[in-house]
Design a binder for this molecule. Sequence first.
Ligand code: NIG
Ligand code: FE
Length: 412
Amino acid sequence: MQTLIINIKELLQVRETSICKVSGSEMAILPTISNAYLLIENDVIAAFGSMENCPKINADKTIDATGKMILPSWCDSHTHIVYVGNREQEFVDRINGLTYEEIANRGGGILNSAKKLNEASEEEIYNQSKKRLEEVIQQGTGAVEIKSGYGLTVDGELKMLRVIKKLASAYPIKIKATFLGAHAFPLDYKENHSGYIDLLINEILPKIAAENLADYIDAFCETGYFSVEETERIMEAGKQHGLRSKIHVNQFTAINGIAACVKHNALSVDHLEIVTDEDIEVLKNTQTMPVALPSCSYFISIPYTPARKMIAAGLPLALASDFNPGTSPSGNMNFVVATACIKMKMTPEEAINAATINGAYAMEISATHGSITVGKKANLIITKPLNSFYELPYSFGTDLIEQVMINGKLVS
Ligand code: NIG
Ligand code: FE
């Protein structure tokens, strides 16, 4: 099956196969081709270039993209899409003056979602979660990481990971699963941290490994949650089972967690709302991708990741949605990109790089996703007619996506 897309006003993020991430000043460059064609064979990109060189073939399907832009689908490397129910009461409580921390301390927050999840059947969890997945696909996401972490019990965590696995086989987009048992201490273990970590490591992890339920391991390394030492135990145990880490760190406080993550060769360090000069120093010349989650900063009114400072220091940066019921009840990557431009002062070029190729790197899928490259999956966003791609973040409240393509097929 061949699909030929012609007269593309601008084809964005065209890259050589060798590029797996972009860092520092490279982030300001978004390679594009004006008046382009794109040829798709089955599920992959077969060729692209300027319209002058468009092959004269009789493709099975031809799409005329006059006036429109095409870019690779968003690669959302940090979400908690699998959950049950909402937390809108906490949202109103915050409007009335309570902080995220105060709500968590009185049994709300993550524990509130854990209670709902443990009471729900696997089928119910699946049915609620698939709606969110379908929504983000329509919003242009073509690859997504999903975490557990609202179980906090043996059954609950396994139930979540099985739902993620089921979603991965039922939907065409790439899904990576992360075990986040170390999201919060359940009430029963409030005074027995090592007992809970023993449960995660000795009971849950071996089952996850046996059923091949996770690709990565995560922990919420934060004051009042998992200490740096506790996080290191988790990362070490993950490594024993072949799970690289992707860690929630520096959301509210800087406690030298980033250095520990780098020491353990974490794939990514995520959140980074509070970042010190030492944190930036330690990330230089490493394989660890920093990931910013601007919807979370927006929704719970905390600082934004200091993108300018990090990029000036030569670091790469990825953008993800953090879709979850507590701090970012939205998985809309178009909003994430716009908010990164508006609030973090990233240029549209930088933000698009961060949400595509660098997001792919943070899921170890740069070889197949995150850019317009021959041989990569034909996962595309086809926009409505636009003046320029700057309109994507500029018109932040407008849906500018006309069609999305996953593995060479248009999604209706
Ligand atoms: O990434 N910070 C930790 N975890 C989530 C929020 C979890 C929740 O409030 O349900 C986050 O922001
Ligand atoms: Fe998160």
